[in-house]
Every structure is written in C-alpha cells, then in structure tokens.
Design a protein around this ligand. Structure first.
Ligand code: PEP
Ligand code: MN
Length: 368
C-alpha cells in the first residue's frame, strides 16, 4: 500500500466524459439557487469546465460568519447537474455530509485543509467512505507537514478508495507574505516523487487570497505538470458571502484559462527530446560536482572542528559567518545569482557545518 500504485488515473474516473485533468470551477459557497445556477450556466457558456465546485458547509475561522446554506444547497447542485450535465464537487467534514452528498448525487467529495490536519476526522470520513465509489480530493493540511497529508491519503487508500487526488491550496503563513497561503511546490514535488500515481491539482484561489496572483500560480501549476486546477468562480464576486476577494467571474475565468500555456509532460518531438537529454546530462554532471565539493567542504569542516576543539575555540564565530555571507553574496551577484538564494543556501550549509563540528567535538570527548 505504501506506493499507492493502484490509484485510478483521472481519465478513468468518469467514463465517457473525456475528462483527463481536473478543471474545477464554481463559487466558494453555494449561496442561493440563482447564484448556483447562473454561475454554473455562465461557466459552461464561456469555458470547457465540466466540474462545478461549491461549498455547502463552510469551515469558518470564527463562528458567526456565513457557515454555508447546508442541505438546501445540495438540491440546487442537483438541479444544476440535471439541467447542464455539470459534475458536482462538495467539501465534506462529517460522515453525515458524505451521506447527504451521496443522496444528492454529488460526483466528487473533497476533504478541506483544516480536516486533513486532523487524523481523527480523516479516519472517521474514511470509515464512512467504505464502499463509496466516488473520487475524493484531499487538500493539503493547513500546516506544511507532508506526512500529515500523506497520512490522510493513506487512510482513504487503506479503506479501499482508489480514486484520490491531492489538492495543493498552500500553507498557513506565519510571517507576512503576499499570499493568503504560501505555495510550497517542493512539498508537492516530493509528494509526486513518492507517489507518481497520485494526481495532484492546484487551488490557486486559496493560495492567492486575491485575484491578483491567480494567473501566476495557475501557470506555475501548468509548468510543473499538475493534473488540474480548482478556481473559485462567482457570478458576482463582490457580493460573495465568503472569500469575495479571491473569486473571479466566469468571463474572467475564461480569460485566465485561455492565457495559460500548457506544457507537455512528455515530449513527442525527438529533436526537442534529444536537446533536453543533453541539458539533463550537463545538469547531472554539475550536480555530481556540487555534491563532491560539498563533501570536500565538510571534510575541511571536520578538521576545523578538531582544531577548534584542541584549542578551546567556540564553534560559532559570528564575524566569520558575517564575512562568509558578505563575500559569497558579492561573488554570487557577479555571477548573476540572487542574494536571497545565496543566503538561503549558505544558511543550510552553515547549519550542517555547525552540526558537523559539534559531532566532531562530541566524539573527541573532553577536548584537550
Ligand atoms: C474551500 O475550498 O472553499 C475551502 C474552504 O478550502 P480550504 O479547505 O483549502 O481552506
Ligand atoms: Mn473559499
């Protein structure tokens, strides 16, 4: 089970519908029958979207804000589905939600970021999903903990669910950032590396928090060959009862989707592929050299550790560290490397060096 290799590809989720990637749009919340119907009809008028999302029960940070319309909203979704053929997707947080969604013929269920962060809740949902043949999307947990995300997916998989996809919706930022939730592509790439069969889509709306970065994030998702997008779309975003800053109109959705450049995951042109292979060989060779140099650096670090230990000098030498940052960023700049990148890289190397020296000192026992 650990490789999740029996996960069913998206193309087999809805036979006959020709759905190979998950393009999902619809409002943050279902608010009224008119809003649900009009948004849905406008979406299909302007785009090829086949899956409609709407929150029915909303996980709000504080009580008292709009918490969703509840069961009534499922009836509107059912009507929309009947009239337009759109498939529907809804967030579930309790077993009763699952039951209600099944009764109203909802096609896709998703587990929200706050729920994914809670293994008790996920286990409860997984139990309620035994024997339910519906695709389940698992949003990343609010905190950047890949194991927690994987754990939620595994809990479903263990109960026999095979139509699963991850949704990258960004992670709660502790520091001030331009995003509502920080995208951590390295986590997504690691998830994909561990479980190549698991489809992963991106939710640029909850990452961005405003309409401003939707395009940039969606394009990044395409560049990284994500398996789809979930974009909050509302007939009248200004009047939305939740997440109004980040929702776009169906016409804006069309413009956004049309502006995206979709990259090929596999290259069919032989010449392009050959060139790509050559570049990759160069990169492989450079990476090996980098690793070699890092290992050499660490050997010297061990020697310094011994030397400091024998002469009772402390590991951290602040002046020296400042000098390293100053000189390396200067060189980096001349070489066209960004300051932030160099500093981050040096911090990692420095941390490892300190650790190494501490280990050396530890081994030597009482120095001198
Ligand atoms: C949503 O999709 O409306 C939502 C609440 O998302 P998340 O769980 O990612 O916050
Ligand atoms: Mn929302």
């Amino acid at each position: 089970m650990s490789d999740l290799k029996d996960i069913v590809p998206i193309s087999e989720w809805f036979p006959g519908k020709n759905i190979t990637e998950l393009l999902i749009a619809g409002p943050c919340s279902a608010e009224s029958e008119e809003q649900v119907m009009e948004t849905g009809k406008e979406i299909i008028k302007h785009t090829d979207i086949k899956i409609y999302r709407a929150g029915i029960w909303k996980p709000r940070t504080r009580p008292g804000s709009f918490e969703g319309v509840g069961l009534e909203g499922l009836k509107w979704l059912q009507k929309l589905k009947k009239e337009t053929g759109l498939l529907t997707a809804v967030e579930v947080a309790y077993p009763e939600h699952i039951k209600a969604c099944i009764e109203h013929d909802v096609d896709i269920l998703w587990i929200g970021a706050r729920t994914t962060a809670n293994p008790f809740s996920v286990e409860e949902l997984a139990n309620a999903l035994v024997g339910v043949d519906k695709p389940i999307l698992v949003k990343n947990p609010v905190n950047p903990d890949l194991s927690l995300w994987i754990g939620a997916i595994e809990r479903l998989y263990k109960k026999g669910i095979r139509k699963i996809a991850g949704v990258h919706r960004g992670f709660y930022p502790f520091e001030k950032t331009i995003f509502r939730n920080i995208p951590k592509w390295e986590i997504v790439i690691e998830l994909k590396r561990k479980f190549p069969h698991l489809p992963i889509i991106t939710d640029p709306s909850h990452i961005s928090g405003t309409v401003k970065y939707l395009r940039e994030i969606s394009q990044k998702a395409m560049d990284l060959n994500m398996n789809g997008l979930m974009i909050e779309t509302h007939i009248n975003p200004k009047a939305a009862k939740s997440d109004k800053e980040q929702q776009i109109t169906p016409v804006e959705l069309k413009e956004l989707l049309n502006s995206l450049k979709v990259r090929q995951a596999v290259c069919e042109n032989e010449e392009v592929q050959n060139k790509l292979d050559q570049y990759r060989e160069q990169i492989d060779s450079i990476d090996n050299q980098l690793l070699d140099l890092l290992a050499q650096r660490m050997d010297v670090v061990s020697e310094i550790g011994k030397h400091k230990c024998e002469n009772n000098v402390s590991i951290l030498q602040l002046r020296r560290w400042e000098k390293i940052i100053e000189t390396r960023t200067e060189v980096g700049e001349k070489l066209g490397l960004g300051n932030e990148f160099i500093v981050k890289l040096l911090q990692l190397v420095h941390k490892e060096s300190i650790q190494k020296q501490a280990e050396v000192m530890d081994k030597m026992g009482k120095c001198k």
